[in-house]
Design a protein around this ligand. Sequence first.
Ligand SMILES: NC(=O)c1ccc[n+]([C@@H]2O[C@H](COP(=O)([O-])OP(=O)(O)OC[C@H]3O[C@@H](n4cnc5c(N)ncnc54)[C@H](O)[C@@H]3O)[C@@H](O)[C@H]2O)c1
Length: 365
Amino acid sequence: MRRLRVGLVGAGLVGQAAHAFYLWQDRERFDLVALADPSPSVRTAMGARYNIAELHAGLDDLLACELDAVVIAAPDPLHPALAAASLAAGLHVLCEKPLSLTVSGCDRIAAARDRSGRVLQVAYMKRYDPAYRSALDLLPERVEDIKLISVEVNDPDHEPFVAHLPITAADDVPAALRDRTRAQHAAQLQEAAGGALDEAGARALGGGFLSALVHDVAVVHGMLAHLGCELPASADQGALFDQGRGVQLAFALPGGGRVAMTYLNLHGVPDYHERITIFCTDRIVELEFPSPYLRHLPTRLRVRRRGGGQALEVQEHRVSHEDAFREQLRAFHAAATGQAPVLTTAEQARRDIELLTSAFRQAVA
Ligand SMILES: NC(=O)c1ccc[n+]([C@@H]2O[C@H](COP(=O)([O-])OP(=O)(O)OC[C@H]3O[C@@H](n4cnc5c(N)ncnc54)[C@H](O)[C@@H]3O)[C@@H](O)[C@H]2O)c1
């Protein structure tokens, strides 16, 4: 198997809790040789933890290393510039979600990918989750037989789910860079919103919609693609509540059914909850995802349908203890070495961002 020399761009929460660990662990496929992160303490800690030789503050120095690929886990507003520069340097890119906060950012990345001929994979890890992959086979054949897809997410603070992991805080990023990133974040949200945002609006758009529900939209997008249907470009309902800590969206399915999603951020209850229920004419298929930071904890997949007589038959499918993040990296390796097509593309991400943005615009209309 060809080993890819990889650089990690940004090693904060998800970079440390997931990407660095899985890259380091999967030594058959990857050699984690470089890190770019502006935090000196993150660089020092990661260099020692994973024996990374090339430690740099920014992308330019990282690109001077001999690499095949990068994994981008830097803050959202930096994705377009970092991904486009990495592709232009001839590297394959696995980029965290949201691919970009704006549709124009997605287009910029897709154009850079097309010029480079390299692989660009969006890090929608749930699309690589073994339980999600199995759920596809349990769906009805026709979208007309899906009446409702209901998504419910409570995403409280992440601390209880990562306290057991070695995580070094990036609390010494130079202030000027931090301020610039904040300003870019605000400007990109404003572009996505099509106008000025208040605090609740910025929290809802940048948090609940584009950072959190983007996962669930991507999952539903994958299910629809599996059934040969497109994800619509716009939602027909959007709402925000609890000062933007909660958001909702809804849209029609091609066959007459509906999709309804609710996200909330209950600080008081450290119970991660992410449930996707597909109500069909003859079955109910349900996925329950654990906190993404918990390793080897399977996503729960259950199917309920009529048994004999009046009985309800409930089947639980314990598919695998493999982690979605690891499967995602394996798929990235396969795509980058020409063995498989990219499953989660920039084009899909663009459509997801369009839909989410439209829901936000309706919420504040
Ligand atoms: N897939 C998931 O489940 C998941 C979970 C959390 C976050 N994310 C996504 O991953 C990305 C990172 O999120 P996070 O929660 O780890 O953020 P974070 O703020 O904890 O970490 C960001 C890291 O990037 C570094 N950084 C800042 N500017 C940089 C630059 N110019 N170049 C390189 N590194 C830079 C910071 O120093 C920090 O170490 C975001 O896009 C987020 O939406 C995905």
